[in-house]
Design a binder for this molecule. Structure first.
Ligand code: SF4
Length: 358
């Protein structure tokens, strides 16, 4: 049992079933979410017999396998579960504070062309408790607490719908992480049924689509999920999301040199974005070993953004972060599967990481 994945009601049921008063649930959740301690043995205001019983029931938390700090301020952790599964999480430092980039799956079945999370396919879905654990691990690194969460780490969140929804409820509950739903972004490669389902959950989170191409031919190659739910279906779902939630969807577009960064790509993207996307985030590709295309030049990124703005599309150019610490999605996990990468360290400084896609 993972105590971090239990709602207040479930925690209450658990403590009552152990013969304890209901208020113990609040105490346990305060330890987990306010103090970042999920080990029952350290919950010192609980009676020792209860601590012992919980310790027998609760599964051990993940260990930090690697910890890397980028010169640009990105902190990236590789966490290992007791079953040997490993996954990444990243802390990004912005002017307003820290954002956690959380993985929803170990590995990914998405197979996006430039993403190392997909290498080796899907290992398994992560549980809500493991997603909570990533935020707690990043908070434990010190500094200001995490105030925003983006589900943009390894995996496709909407392919792990039930656990992601449970995580969102824990993240936004006042007994849990207590974050505003507006400070949580769910990023999808385009799982249309998941978008439609999430729109009806009454959770006003931000939805972001990893677009990366504005025509089906190119998107089929870059983001294979497009073969199942092509652009017309994806855009219709995004417009329905906006109608149902009152919030427009944003899109991530990783610029790849010579592939999707030409003026004709910008023109196509502008046509597609109008009326569907509230905002486009442009990110220059983080170099990915084995991916044959380079990042775009600075000039190409600036020209692409200019062209979109001239067409009336709101655009932000995001800095690629964490390049010196395998900052792109899945790189740290992939390099750990091949053995320790050069420069790996267990003694981190402090960073920010961005990933292309996801
Ligand atoms: S970009 Fe996202 S959906 Fe695509 S392979 Fe990577 S993690 Fe999976």
């Amino acid at each position: 049992m993972d105590l971090r994945g239990l709602s207040r009601e479930e925690m209450t049921e658990l403590v009552v079933s152990l013969g304890e008063p209901a208020y113990r649930a609040r105490q346990i959740m305060a330890w987990i979410y306010r103090r970042g301690i999920a080990d029952p043995g350290r919950m010192t205001d609980l009676p020792v017999p209860l601590r012992d019983r919980l310790a027998l029931l609760a599964c051990p938390c993940e260990a930090v396998l690697q910890r890397r700090q980028s010169a640009d301020g990105t902190l990236k952790l590789l966490l290992a579960c007791p079953d040997g599964v490993a996954f990444e999480c990243v802390r990004l430092r912005y002017g307003y504070g820290y954002t956690a980039c959380v993985s929803s799956q170990a590995g990914c079945a998405g197979g996006c062309a430039f993403c190392r999370s997909g290498e080796g396919g899907l290992e398994r879905n992560l549980t809500a408790g493991e997603m909570v654990g990533q935020v707690l691990a990043l908070n434990a690194a010190g500094g200001r607490p995490i105030t925003r969460v983006v589900l943009m780490g390894g995996g496709e969140p909407l392919a792990n719908y039930a656990e992601v929804l449970r995580f969102l409820r824990l993240a936004t509950s006042s007994d849990g992480l207590g974050l505003s739903p507006r400070r949580i972004t769910v990023s999808t490669s385009g799982v249309v049924p998941g978008i439609r389902r999430l729109a009806g959950e009454g959770l006003p989170v931000t939805l972001s689509v990893s677009l990366h191409a504005a025509d089906d031919r190119l998107r089929d190659r870059l983001v294979p999920v497009n073969r199942r739910w092509p652009l017309a279906e994806l855009l219709a779902a995004c417009r329905d999301w906006a109608r149902l939630t009152g919030r427009r969807v944003s899109a991530e577009y990783v610029l790849i040199g010579g592939v999707n960064d030409r003026p004709e790509d910008a023109a196509r993207l502008a046509r597609l974005a109008r009326g569907t996307f509230g905002h486009i985030n442009l990110i220059a590709l983080n170099p990915v070993p084995g991916f044959p295309h380079p990042p775009p030049s600075r000039e190409a990124v600036a020209a692409f953004a200019r062209q979109l703005r001239r067409s009336g599309v709101p655009v932000t150019v995001r800095r690629p972060l964490g390049r010196d610490i395998d900052g792109a999605c899945g790189q740290l996990r992939a390099s750990s599967r091949q053995g320790p990468a050069a420069g790996a360290t267990n003694q981190p400084p402090d960073p920010e990481a961005a990933r292309p896609g996801g």
